[in-house]
Design a protein around this ligand. Structure first.
Ligand code: K1U
Ligand code: ZN
Length: 170
């Protein structure tokens, strides 16, 4: 297992579309292990492979609280096959946009299809934080960020702030 560096905006890699995983190889299992270690270290509740510079459709999520046992889930090629018409609003964060939080409206519940780490197809009905988090992570796989749901003014402001930091830090 290895801790990987999380890419932050304005890195253009975050706008790339990730490729489907064709089979669960030992490299994919090692990638998932690295992602979980990196996500727990950040700390975060989710991570998409693209956030560590790997353009493969792999996502990790663990919604367990600090004092609870870990509940890691690895989603390979996750797809939303149905979404509710009712929506929910959640104040989202992103490890690729550190210390910036804004409310985002998304479908309140979704039905997912994905491959698990054993290579088995799975379906999941997600609501609450799981629904929000998996939609945020699938957006990463499609090169989309939660700031894309905000007004142009807010998005431009946050991009300008991170461009300035990048210039300063090189
Ligand atoms: O994908 C990411 O950048 C990870 C992101 C996931 C996410 C959070 C909130 C709503 C939607 C998706 C994070 O994990 S940000 C950090 C965070 O939310 C958190 C960190 C520690 C404890 C609890 C939450
Ligand atoms: Zn994110």
């Amino acid at each position: 297992m290895a801790l990987r560096k999380i890419i932050v905006i304005p890195d253009p890699v975050l706008r790339q579309v990730s490729s489907p995983v064709t089979s669960v190889t030992k490299e994919i299992r090692a990638l998932a292990d690295d992602m979980l270690e990196t996500m727990y270290d950040a700390p975060g509740i989710g991570l998409a492979a693209i956030q560590i510079g790997v353009l493969q459709r792999v996502v990790t999520i663990d919604l367990a609280k600090k004092d609870e046992a870990k509940e890691p889930i690895v989603f390979i090629n996750p797809e939303i096959v149905a979404a509710s018409e009712d929506t929910s609003v959640y104040e989202e964060g992103c490890l690729s946009i550190p210390e910036y939080y804004e409310e985002v409206t998304r479908p309140a519940s979704v039905k997912l299809r994905y491959m698990d780490i054993a290579g088995k197809m799975q379906e999941m009905d997600a609501d609450g934080l799981m629904a929000t988090c998996i939609q945020h992570e699938i957006d990463h796989l499609d090169g989309k960020l939660f700031i894309d749901y905000l007004s142009k003014l807010k998005r431009d402001r946050v991009m300008a702030k991170f461009r300035k930091i990048q210039k300063r830090e090189g």
